[in-house]
Ligand binder design. Structure first.
Ligand SMILES: [Zn+2]
Length: 190
């Protein structure tokens, strides 16, 4: 119960419920869960190109030749990739920043994978970068910061359209809304 209670959004009551559930399940089911936890820690690594979570040197998206290599969708977190993929509106590649600019929390450009993004532009022949950071204060500030870096380089720099709940988190947006926001993306004035 102590261990389960340390998981996100699991309060003491839920921890107790899960613990009692685990007592009841078959040994096989319990082992499968234990094995999955071990595997996620042993096998997964960050993709060396986009910093998505994967099992090899490059993630499934970066190693898929059918994806458009000249459009990069910039997100804060690997979870946002899952949200964008659910929309089925995007067939390019991604770049995971690893967070958003936040002076209060001491997160500056050096703490994010900004340099790694800039280094991808020329070798990959990138023509468009879609700024798909969260529609909150930090996400907007990050998008503006990146737009100011990218636009002078002649990169078509777009931001997902408004319509997403402001202050919200991309990963909780429903696929229809996020899909529309992607489709309606606009050039950023930086
Ligand atoms: Zn990747």
């Amino acid at each position: 119960m102590d261990e389960l209670g340390r998981l996100p959004s699991i309060g003491p009551k839920s921890a107790q419920r899960i613990a009692f559930h685990l007592l009841k399940v078959s040994k096989q089911d319990a082992n499968r869960l234990a094995q999955a936890i071990i595997e996620v820690k042993e096998r997964t690594v960050l993709c060396s190109v986009c910093f998505n979570i994967g099992v090899g040197q490059t993630c499934a998206i970066c190693s898929d030749d059918r994806r458009e290599g000249t459009i990069i969708c910039v997100v804060e977190d690997p979870r946002d990739i899952i949200a964008v993929e659910r929309t089925r509106e995007f067939r390019g590649r991604y770049h995971v920043l690893g967070g958003a600019l936040s002076p209060i929390e001491g997160v500056g450009p050096d703490q994010l994978r900004v340099r790694e993004l800039l280094e991808r532009l020329v070798p990959e022949g990138v023509v468009e970068v879609i700024l798909c950071t969260n529609p909150n204060l930090e996400g907007e500030a990050t998008a503006m910061y990146l737009a100011r870096l990218l636009k002078p380089l002649g990169i078509h720099t777009t931001r997902i359209a408004s319509g997403l709940p402001v202050g919200g988190d991309l990963e909780y947006a429903d696929e229809l809304t996020l899909g529309r926001a992607l489709e309606g993306r606009r050039e950023v004035d930086a």
